[in-house]
Design a protein around this ligand. Sequence first.
Ligand SMILES: C[S@@+](CC[C@H](N)C(=O)[O-])C[C@H]1O[C@@H](n2cnc3c(N)ncnc32)[C@H](O)[C@@H]1O
Length: 208
Amino acid sequence: MGWYDLFAPLYDASVERLYAPYRALAAERLALVPGLRVLDAGCGTGQSFDVLCPAVGPTGLVLGVDRSGGMLARARRRAAGKGFENVRLLRSAVEALDREALAEHLEDGLGVDRVLDFLCAPAVDDWRAGFGRLWSLLEPGGTMVIVTAHADRLGLQGRMVNLTAQADIRRRVWEALEEVAEAFELERREASWEIGGDMCLARGRKPG
Ligand SMILES: C[S@@+](CC[C@H](N)C(=O)[O-])C[C@H]1O[C@@H](n2cnc3c(N)ncnc32)[C@H](O)[C@@H]1O
């Protein structure tokens, strides 16, 4: 059993109030319209589904991928409870994703139109490899949004966040996107001290 399997029952109650405001901002940057296919990387308990599912509608699809079965079980319950019928879930490490892994849910063998990485990359063991896999699944012309907490230097709270999220918020995870994307944008917002750093929202388009 992994850390996030243990954390899953407490996750929403302990941290969601801190990150909720950034979900709508992320959805805005993804420029969602009905019919799009969105990959929610490290979807956790599915908190982003609320802003993703209604926006892509019944002709679209939200594919939540997470390594933790415990987090995914909550995501499944959340989707069912909210009546989100356009959610598909896949248990996998992002570093292991490829079109074959997605084939069960994306039967046409194509990739996705949008990728959302909301607080996932700081927790991924090999985050650059994970980014590479996610980028390879994005169709040309598609958009990726990365939302992350970031601190160049860790204070006490930053260390606590790293410990409880099994993450490293010193990573400049948007830089991988900046290297390959066109129309790259980064916004840094001062956030609650509880987050341990600033909140950064990055967006970039895959050339195509
Ligand atoms: C801080 S939580 C964020 C969850 C969710 N995105 C949210 O916004 O609430 C990090 C999530 O990344 C998942 N995760 C960590 N490493 C992963 C990996 N290598 N591949 C896929 N998911 C991973 C964890 O299981 C956890 O659900």
